[in-house]
Write a protein of this length. Structure first.
Length: 294
């Protein structure tokens, strides 16, 4: 399996080398690559014309119409969309029994922080206005979508809004200062690297502070957040920072289930056709979310 993982990491790294292409073409390339690992499961997708942000309903045959996951896609914050994550959403829906409401939030460089956070918050509030109760909602995201999951929870808390059942963060960025990442760079084999993280930070923040709690959730006021499931790979460049976040959150009495999947890397959950751990991790997401509703 290690050799298979190493080979897959090379393929992924080659796909995401820096290019001079525009945002749209980068996003389309990103989408097509992830869709090539699809499980081809049953899925119905419909756009939501009334939502404040471009969004899509995604349901499988056994999805509940009254239980919804607000899903925030990944994409290094300058690419990615619902389309490239539709198989991931399909499998999350299958394992949770929840419908998926996936948001195509605004992306930098044209829309730097806090645009994506505002879009995510507005999407949650729209669902509430549509009649969904907080206890019927979960927020989930992968990579920078996992970051936005935490940022959205923190923003809603600041606003005094009722928080959802919980949050699921797959390979989130929790500290844009990256204080631990650089020192562990030589010890970790992942498809992202420190240079890419720096470029993402500069593009997203455009000179704004990395210490802002809605940028780097580790510096936010975590007290009172709902239960969290965080998944990370043992070969993940961000793992040390994720461990730091868990320690801070637990001290604030937040219930955090941290799963470290051995031999896995950043966003391995997307690569269904090559990794059995991809499906296993989503079964775990299902167990976590079902546990919140008991």
């Amino acid at each position: 399996m290690n050799q298979n993982v190493d080979d897959l990491l090379k393929i992924i790294a080659n796909q995401f080398k820096p290019t001079k292409a525009g945002l749209d073409s980068n996003t389309e390339h990103f989408n097509e690559f992830f869709l090539s690992f699809s499980s081809h499961g049953p899925l119905k997708i419909t756009s939501e014309p009334d939502s404040p942000v471009p969004s899509y309903w995604m349901v499988t045959p056994h999805s509940s119409s009254r239980k919804v996951i607000l899903f925030l896609h990944g994409g290094v914050l300058n690419r990615g969309s619902t389309r490239g994550h539709q198989d991931l959403c399909q499998r999350i829906s299958k394992h949770t029994g929840f419908s998926i409401f996936s948001v195509d939030y605004r992306l930098p460089p044209d829309h730097p922080f806090p645009a994506a956070v505002k879009d995510s918050v507005e999407s949650y509030l729209w669902l509430r206005d549509e009649g969904f109760k907080a206890r019927e909602l979960v927020i989930a995201g992968i990579s920078t979508g996992g970051t936005l999951t935490l940022s959205t929870l923190l923003a809603l808390k600041e606003m005094g809004e009722e928080l959802p059942l919980g949050g699921v963060c797959m390979s989130p960025v929790v500290d844009f200062k990256f204080p631990v990442v650089y020192s562990h760079l030589k010890d970790v084999k992942d498809w992202i690297n420190y240079s890419a993280l720096e470029d993402m930070r500069d593009m997203y923040l455009q000179g704004q502070s990395t210490s802002h709690g809605l940028v780097s959730p580790i510096y936010g006021d975590l007290e009172g957040l709902p239960p969290l499931l965080i998944q990370a790979g043992s070969r993940e460049l961000l793992l040390c920072d994720i461990n730091r976040f868990r320690e801070v959150a637990v001290k604030k009495e937040v219930k955090v289930d941290l799963e470290v999947w051995q031999g896995m890397f950043h966003t391995w959950q997307l690569f269904y056709s090559h990794l059995r751990e991809s499906e296993g991790s989503l079964r775990s997401v299902g167990e976590f979310i079902k546990g919140l509703t008991k």
